[in-house]
Design a protein. Structure first.
Length: 118
């Protein structure tokens, strides 16, 4: 919540700076430096966009993700390369945020299947 408030405040500041920079008096509009204003406005727009753009959450490679299979997989009938689907059983959190919500759909591929020996 605090990040969102900070991003909104920062955005409002930059928008205010853009508006203030775009307002010129009649005597300034004829100055030779008038071409610099659009680049400043573009820089401010870029800064606002970057400030409010969401940052990606990266789930570490060794993270265990609990899923429930949507169909039965058996070493008797499955073979390498078979595809299957599953549903995420519990949310996966990274940096205190939910990166993968409960109920998300997952797809997998059987990498190796050997019949059980008796």
């Amino acid at each position: 919540m605090n990040r969102r408030f900070a991003a909104i405040s920062l955005s409002a500041f930059f928008i205010g700076a853009i508006v203030a920079g775009c307002q010129k008096s009649a005597d300034q509009s004829s100055s030779p430096d008038a071409s610099a204003s659009p680049s400043m406005a573009e820089a401010a727009k870029s800064a606002v966009k970057k400030a409010i753009e969401p940052k990606p959450l990266v789930v570490p490679a060794d993270t265990v993700i609990a899923v429930v299979l949507d169909q039965t997989i058996s070493s008797k009938t499955s073979k390498s390369g078979d595809k299957f689907t599953a549903t995420v059983e519990a949310p996966v959190e990274t940096e205190g945020k939910v990166a993968i919500p409960k109920g998300a759909r997952a797809e997998g591929v059987v990498s190796d299947a050997k019949a059980a020996s008796i």
